[in-house]
Write a protein that binds this ligand. Structure first.
Ligand code: AMP
Length: 208
């Protein structure tokens, strides 16, 4: 199974991706997680991405595409993959289409998670992320129950940056929904409901 998750920041793509990757037995590839890991490790790629991420802007396509192309050479993608947070522009979607055509392994589906902006602001400004493993929690959680790591508020989950991320999504990412509809790959589900409810809607949409 090879598919991507599309939806605005805060739709719950990361949370669902963990469930869906386990369900289908495929790697979860999150470009946001790869950038954050590089940032934490102080790599040149992390330093290059930091300024864009802090402002809620997209990292340039050339940098992001190269990083994804490299990830797609890892042997684990032979089992399939789930891309989370990529592509985020039509140029990235075109790049991915060509890269996968060259590999002889086109996408099976694109799952869109829909949610309105008021709910997104509420979710993102109230979430905390584990520094150790990236798991998401509500503000009431004292520390990560998976790895014991410290919880923090991502700079880009602060309210002024959230607004910019939503604008960037509407301007640059929303057009890829039409791109994939034209390709006949799009399946849409609501992002509202419990994690288990959304996961079960996702699995039935992907199994059609
Ligand atoms: P995420 O965790 O998916 O919300 O990503 C966090 C940040 O990483 C984004 O706001 C962007 O700055 C950057 N980023 C992640 N994925 C991409 C992408 N496909 N294209 C450009 N920038 C990205």
């Amino acid at each position: 199974m090879r598919f991507i998750l599309v939806g605005p920041p805060g739709a719950g793509k990361g949370t669902q991706a963990v469930h869906l990757a386990a369900h289908f037995g495929i790697p979860h590839i999150s470009t946001g997680d790869i950038f954050r890991l590089n940032l934490k490790n102080g790599t040149p790629l992390g330093l290059q991405a930091k300024g864009f991420m802090d402002k809620g802007e997209l990292v340039p396509d050339s940098v992001t595409n190269e990083m994804v192309a490299d990830r797609l050479t890892h042997p684990d993608v032979k089992a399939g993959f789930l891309l989370d947070g990529y592509p985020r522009t039509t140029a990235q979607a075109e790049f991915l289409k060509n890269a996968l055509a060259t590999m002889g392994s086109p996408l099976d589906a694109v799952l869109e998670m829909t949610i309105d902006n008021a709910e997104i602001v509420k979710r993102l400004s109230g979430r905390r992320t584990c520094r150790g493993c990236g798991k998401i929690y509500p503000t009431s959680q004292p520390s990560c129950d998976a790895c014991g790591g410290e919880l923090y508020q991502r700079d880009d989950d602060k309210e002024e940056v959230i607004q910019r991320r939503l604008e960037v999504y509407a301007e640059q990412t929303a057009p890829i929904v039409g791109f994939y509809r034209n390709e006949g790959l799009l399946r849409s589900i609501s992002a509202l409901g419990s994690v288990d409810e959304v996961a079960s809607h996702a699995i039935s949409a992907l199994s059609k």
